[in-house]
Write a new protein. Structure first.
Length: 277
């Protein structure tokens, strides 16, 4: 069907207006729901984390998985195999926010990540595959399916979309961008961009690995100090939490089932860790 130019414009404009109206309305919110910032453990906890596999539960399951595989590797003659897992709970969902952590590690604990990678490299791929196959039943008791397909993940996405449509969201981010600029950095302003351009450029430089690490620590510290100065992690976390709350209330029964399954897997993982040390 061929539309007259003015008709096409009218329809396009109407569709755009409806979309903007929908975005402006967002989902239901309840400001009683808040984000929790755990500085000692570098964790940001949102309401849905109670029901889903959050950073803390992932760390426990990751360690248990590594210990199961370690026992298998040693039995196959790789006696120097150590559990290859990262216990680093790195909640940077709103960029670097924990100044003390940033001063020590930058964006994440590179040393732990490097140790895990080096350990994995020592074990041939076919041995790793064999060990996973031989321990499939035990691994199934603790591992979770791809949570990008989970019900809780879809609720997270819905709440996040509503949070981004809240005018306060970009107001907070703008304050952070201004702070970065005043410190000589170039903020990246895409929806999912939470670092400066200078941070993105680190890996492109010809500096040594040690120099890159030190530069990452310097930049992460500046970004975290700006985050803390404007209260970005807490303010954005509270906005997102306010939209997660009503979704939890609306879907409480199904979320309780997910929570029960999660707790069962984490409890089994803790049991494996305790008995394999």
């Amino acid at each position: 069907m061929i539309l007259h130019k003015s008709s096409a414009f009218t329809i396009t404009a109407l569709a755009g207006a409806l979309l903007l109206s929908s975005c402006a309305q967002g989902g239901a919110s309840n400001s009683e729901y808040k984000a929790k910032l755990d500085y000692p453990n570098n964790l940001i906890t949102l309401p849905l984390d109670e029901y889903d596999y959050d950073d803390a539960s992932r760390a426990v399951i990751s360690e248990a998985t590594a210990r199961i595989l370690q026992i298998c590797y040693v039995a196959k003659g790789y006696s120097d195999a150590v559990p290859a897992f990262s216990g680093d709970q790195n909640s940077n969902i709103y960029g670097a926010w924990n100044v003390e952590y940033a001063k020590k590690y930058g964006y994440f604990n590179e040393e732990k990540a490097r140790e895990g990678a080096q350990t994995a490299e020592k074990i041939p791929a076919d041995i790793r595959q064999q060990c996973r196959k031989e321990n499939a039943n035990q691994l199934k008791e603790i591992e979770y399916e791809n949570d990008n397909d989970s019900f809780a993940y879809r609720l997270r996405q819905e709440a996040y979309a509503s949070a981004k449509s809240n005018p306060e969201w970009n107001k907070v981010r703008s304050e952070w961008w201004s702070c970065l600029e005043s410190n000589g950095l170039t903020p990246r302003k895409g929806d999912h961009e939470w670092t400066s351009q200078e941070t993105l450029n680190i890996d492109l430089s010809s500096k040594s690995e040690e120099e890159k690490t030190q530069e990452a620590i310097r930049l992460a510290t500046v970004e975290a100090e700006c985050n803390q100065k404007v209260g970005m992690a807490q303010r954005l976390g509270d906005i997102e939490a306010s939209y997660q709350g009503p979704l939890i209330e609306k879907n409480q029964a199904q979320l309780n089932q997910l929570k029960e399954e999660k707790e069962k897997h984490v409890a089994k993982a803790r049991e494996i860790i305790a008995t394999s040390q």
